[in-house]
Design a protein around this ligand. Structure first.
Ligand SMILES: NC(=O)c1ccc[n+]([C@@H]2O[C@H](COP(=O)([O-])OP(=O)(O)OC[C@H]3O[C@@H](n4cnc5c(N)ncnc54)[C@H](OP(=O)(O)O)[C@@H]3O)[C@@H](O)[C@H]2O)c1
Length: 307
């Protein structure tokens, strides 16, 4: 449902942005269902963890961007609206050539994938990377970023019809999740589906391998750990979320992402796959489409911006 609200006013270090597009994410579904309250100070009934648009006002101390600039950013909530407050330090310039829908669907999944692969797992050239849930928003970001870092990427995708397209984004092999163990061993596994295959993934790690948990919506959050498997492999298991981080930590993740990707986005070497766009007034349909699965990349809401 779309409702009128008072225009937000940018505070210290904030930008007010006329939103052109805002991607949907799994956390939005959880928040709408009452299972994932936003941090204090963020409206609980306006979802949206990312958006792109034009700066219409700058708060005190917001000096990195100016009125009229096109920016994109992760936000703690409220992105799916005509106006949204962004942290100036976290916002990135929208590169030339990127459409509004692509820019609105970029920040959350690419920040998540980049942070997981680079900051958390230090993925190196020549390493073998397993991306689970590889046809989704984070999955396709991880496949592309893994390939660009020189890794050998294996994508696992349960929808057979989407596997050729995922290969087209740089996965050398795209497999059914049932085949994951057959295609190991892996240096890095990015868990986007849940903990269901954790014991198998741990046994499929090389010595010094790393597993990073990012999402648990598919097979849930719990698994049994055989510590001997961890010990013999000198393995590292970690997890990460973006939303709870401080502005400083988000700015650091955004800076690292921007350095590595904005030029590649502008040149077309990296792309933001958008499965479908919907108007703000069609948000219900957009959410139904997201929840139905079987999509390639992002579902994005687009709005008539009013800079
Ligand atoms: N930690 C963080 O900061 C952070 C940030 C962003 C996202 N996330 C989480 O990361 C996960 C991925 O996000 P996303 O945006 O990429 O979501 P998405 O676009 O919905 O993609 C999820 C993918 O996982 C697949 N999948 C779901 N259940 C599965 C199962 N049981 N077996 C095999 N594959 C399954 C889906 O396949 P189908 O299409 O066939 O269903 C889909 O391709 C979500 O859980 C999300 O909430 C976490």
């Amino acid at each position: 449902m779309v409702e009128e609200r008072p225009d937000p006013v940018p505070g210290d270090g904030q930008l007010l942005v006329a939103v052109e597009a805002a991607g949907l994410n799994g956390a939005d579904l959880l928040q709408r269902a009452g299972h994932y309250p936003p941090p204090p100070g963020v409206p609980a009934d306006v979802p949206g963890l990312e958006c792109a648009g034009t700066v219409v006002a700058c708060g005190p101390g917001a000096t990195s961007h100016r009125v009229g600039d096109r920016v994109m950013s992760i936000v703690p909530g409220g992105g799916q609206a005509e106006l949204c407050l962004l942290d100036d330090a976290v916002a990135m310039a929208v590169p030339e050539g990127l459409s509004a829908a692509e820019a609105g669907g970029f920040p959350e999944v690419f920040t998540t994938a980049h942070d997981a692969l680079v900051a958390q797992c230090a993925l190196a050239a020549g390493e073998r990377l397993l991306v689970t849930g590889a046809a989704g928003g984070v999955g396709l970001a991880a496949v592309q970023l893994g390939r660009l870092r020189g890794a050998e990427v294996v994508g696992s995708v349960r929808d057979e019809g989407l596997r050729p397209a995922v290969a087209g984004f740089g996965a050398g092999v795209v497999i059914d999740p049932e085949e994951e163990a057959d295609h190991g061993p892996y240096d890095v596994v990015i868990e986007l589906v849940g903990a269901g295959s954790f014991p198998l993934h741990l046994r499929s790690l090389k010595t010094g391998g790393r597993i990073v948990f990012i999402g648990v919506g598919g097979t849930g959050p719990t698994a049994e750990l055989d510590a001997r498997q961890l010990m013999t492999r000198r393995a590292v298991v970690r997890g990460s979320t973006l939303r709870v981080r401080s502005v400083r930590e988000k700015a650091e993740a955004a800076r690292a992402l921007a350095e590595d990707t904005l030029g590649l986005l502008a040149s077309g070497a990296l792309s933001v796959p958008v499965a479908a766009t919907y108007g703000l007034g069609e948000a219900e349909r957009a959410y139904e489409r997201f929840a139905a699965g079987g999509k390639l990349g992002k579902i994005v809401l687009v709005t008539k911006a009013r800079p």
